[in-house]
Design a protein around this ligand. Sequence first.
Ligand code: FAD
Ligand code: UDP
Length: 419
Amino acid sequence: MFDYLVVGAGFAGSVLAERLASQLDKRVLIVDRRPHIGGNMYDHHDDAGILVHKYGPHIFHTNSRDVFDYLSQFTAWRSYEHRVLASVDGQLVPIPINLDTVNRLYGLRLSGPELVEFFAARAEVRTPARTSEDVVVGKVGRELYEKFFRGYTRKQWGLDPSELDASVTARVPTRTNRDDRYFTDTYQAMPRHGYTRLFERLLAHPNISVMLNTDFHAIDGVIPYRTLIYSGPIDAFFDYRYGKLPYRSLEFRFETLDRPVAQPVGTVNYPNEHPYTRITEFKYLTGQEHAKTSIVSEIPRAEGDPYYPVPRPENATLYRRYKALADQTAAVHFVGRLATYQYYNMDQVVAQALKTFRDIAARETVAIVPRSNATEADLARSGTPPSVDDTTAAGARIRSTVRCRTVAGDTRPSGEGDE
Ligand code: FAD
Ligand code: UDP
């Protein structure tokens, strides 16, 4: 009997598995239907030996010291500040829009204060900014909105920005200085040895068993457990009882080029041309040195793996109905980007998982205190796993980093087709 069954080996599931095993001494089984751990963060070396991200470029950034310190127990870091150029009017110019973007696009020599006036003269009054169009047009005016945001957003989401919540384009700020970093968070770094290594260390605790190539629905009712942590799509969990929640998908096209550098920065955005939205060159992110280089382009799709919840009012309303069901479902915790239908970055998902753990631990305090005399705060502070006296009796232990057999009889090797 497992204490916890965790569905999904991305950050939501893996962080909870790690905390439950190391801090509460729980027996945890984590399952993922994919042939690898790491969720969307999974990275691997391609045929040329270049480290690539299978599900699109993942750049870690956070303002949360707690999140950064927590993950630092499982990885060393490489400092990396992401820079993005947008292909607009035949030029590559910085995005987020900044002083250099406007000066280069219009052949001007504005100062910062002059750019404030430039924007003010063009911005339309859009208060409150309810949609993704309002946010941008309300700050920089219609022309820059059309050059940088309208086409990209229509491609990415299959919707006009006026049909999407303000929060979507509000992710990309506007600047009146020359800062050309995509993010300004306090901590900006990549796991030095990659995300997959980080996840291997997260899940290395002897109380944790991993099953890959395993859909939750195939084992539910077969493998006994007490409590469920679910990080898959929430509508699927409830058999789409109220209908499907829209998730946007992507097709990733990888290419290895026979030259050391492909483009001037980590990512180039293509708001107005090509079916893809952006091209990312991995060596910028990872710092790897190699005679060749690998890139990925992202082509938005309506069908496929669910990658993005689609933030708009009717979807929020439908999600709330599923959330009400989730709240009534005993012994199940819904965590992560798909299960809580939130457009979360990695750090937000880690923070959400740590919060869920604290809530679980608070409820289990009575059970913890006699074991170690530790207070909950001590446990939360401690990064050291408590000693585990029985590491071998977990019955169905399946260490599946090389090969796993699922209860559904699927014997595909883990990582097949990926390495
Ligand atoms: P996931 O990583 O999606 O993990 C969920 C796991 O559950 C999956 O592995 C899935 O296979 C498994 N699963 C689902 N249903 C079942 C089932 N029924 N049975 C078994 N397993 C199941 N964030 C950043 O901070 N920085 C970035 O640069 C960044 N770039 C991104 C680029 C792209 C293209 C995308 C799509 C996302 C990006 N993100 C980025 C967001 C990041 O991917 C998410 O925040 C993160 O993946 C959320 O983790 P999670 O554990 O909630 O979900
Ligand atoms: N966006 C845009 N043009 C850009 C960059 C972003 O229109 O050059 C919009 C688009 O709607 C995108 C959203 O802003 O989906 C958020 O961008 P971000 O780079 O954060 O997207 P993600 O990395 O999550 O795919």
